[in-house]
Design a binder for this molecule. Structure first.
Ligand SMILES: Nc1ncnc2c1ncn2[C@@H]1O[C@H](COP(=O)(O)OP(=O)(O)OP(=O)(O)O)[C@@H](O)[C@H]1O
Ligand SMILES: [Mg+2]
Length: 387
């Protein structure tokens, strides 16, 4: 069976309005597509680049259906779209990845069940819906562990550590007694991620693993290549391939992994969209994760994913604005620095405002240069916020 290609000149619909959609829209436009975006806010990072910005709630299935009617394929930059919205869009056009894949990836319990069923490694966990469940879970999993809401978590929101002395019932109260998983705390050597794509024809393609460092549960620095043994990189890619195939996935998927001190790979979570750890692909890989998403969902061959040179990406959070406008000129005076900003008006602490990418002969060198550039952006209070 041949699947019709969605040719350049067609329109792609993006549900979500953040920076992932913005960079996706840039890639789509470069390939000659038009882009419509739907999100609850006005003048979003995606909306600033799109041809058409629709301001509507994801719960408004009639608006979502009407939006989908205007485009040839719908994709996501934000995964917490209600199943009903994905289903409404699927009534009138292609939705890639599918609502079924989204449902697995947007809910930690469904995600962990799916992974376990397919024999993929995850940290020990237990499902929590009642106080009895929680007591049994703490007994089974032990401490330290992490209680995470099943739905709607990001950047460490919706998580509480269950350490010695913490009352689990109280901790659960902080999470609004929502459906949760209790997960064993992993003794981490490092965190890596793999971004893979699967096309309409079932072909797959992978970027080599990214090495990720978090601060306060938010991604801070990514470098590539990751400093992991070849067999760990291989296994991480094979796990990603299994997930793509088992979900009959079309589009870009990122898997976040823990590498334990014993060298074991565990799946942390799935992101059914481009991912912050793949931002360096924009500058450092033959095809960016965003272009790959366009190719995958439009039925085209996937692009080469080779890393052109070792690279590092550092996130720019709103904290950098503590002393006023960052000193862009100082960072841009470094000829190897690429600056990306997302067009967000209010730089709140912890908010992802942009990133810097540097390519260099080694990943270590690239990381040092990227961190140096970020330090040059700020002085005084903001420097202290970075420490
Ligand atoms: N079980 C664990 N053991 C050790 N560290 C953990 C564990 N769970 C989470 N963390 C740390 O917290 C970070 C965020 O956790 P997780 O990825 O589950 O949250 P999130 O809120 O969904 O984040 P995001 O969607 O922004 O990636 C992880 O990348 C890791 O650094
Ligand atoms: Mg995560």
């Amino acid at each position: 069976m041949t699947t019709p290609r969605i040719n350049p000149g067609s329109t792609i619909g993006v549900l979500g309005g953040g920076q992932l959609g913005r960079m996706f829209a840039m890639a789509a436009r470069r390939l000659g597509y038009r882009v419509h975006t739907l999100a609850p806010e006005h003048d979003t990072p995606t909306g600033q680049i799109a041809d058409v910005e629709v301001v509507a709630s994801y719960d408004d299935v009639d608006r979502v259906r009407a939006f989908a009617r205007e485009v040839q394929v719908v994709t996501f930059e934000f995964e917490n779209v209600p199943a009903a919205a994905a289903a409404a869009a699927a009534e009138v056009t292609f939705v890639r990845p599918s609502g079924a894949a989204l449902e697995v990836a947007q809910h930690r319990i469904r995600e962990k069940r799916f992974l376990t069923q397919h024999g993929l490694p995850v940290a020990p966990f237990a499902e929590v819906r009642t106080e009895d469940d929680l007591r049994a879970a703490v007994h089974a999993i032990g401490r330290p562990s992490v209680l995470k809401t099943a739905a709607l978590g990001y950047d460490g929101k919706g998580q509480v550590a269950i350490t010695e002395g913490v009352d689990p019932i109280e901790a659960w109260g902080q999470l609004g007694r929502a459906e949760c998983v209790l997960e064993a705390f992993v003794d981490l050597e490092r965190e890596i991620s793999v971004i893979g794509a699967r096309g309409v024809d079932g072909a797959t393609s992978f970027f080599e693993p990214f090495d990720n460092t978090h601060r306060h549960h938010i991604l801070d620095v990514t470098v590539c290549p990751a400093d992991v043994p070849a067999n760990v990189a291989f296994d991480a890619i094979e796990i990603t391939r299994t997930v793509l195939e088992q979900l009959e996935y079309v589009g870009i998927l990122c898997i976040e992994f823990f590498v334990t001190r014993a060298g074991k790979l565990l799946v942390n979570e799935l992101a059914p969209r481009p991912h912050n750890s793949g931002h360096l692909t924009f500058d450092a890989c033959r095809t960016s994760q965003f272009e790959q998403q366009v190719r995958a969902i439009c039925g085209f061959p996937l692009g080469g994913t080779d890393l052109l040179q070792p690279a590092a990406m550092v996130n720019l959070l709103g904290d950098l604005w503590a002393d006023g406008e960052p000193n862009w000129a100082a960072a841009l005076a470094m000829p190897d620095v690429k600056l990306h900003l997302y067009g967000k008006a209010s730089p709140r602490p912890g908010r992802k405002m942009g990133h810097l990418t540097v390519m260099a002969p080694t990943a270590t060198h690239a990381k040092e240069r990227a961190l140096a550039a970020r330090r040059l952006l700020v002085s005084g209070h903001a420097v202290r916020a970075l420490q």
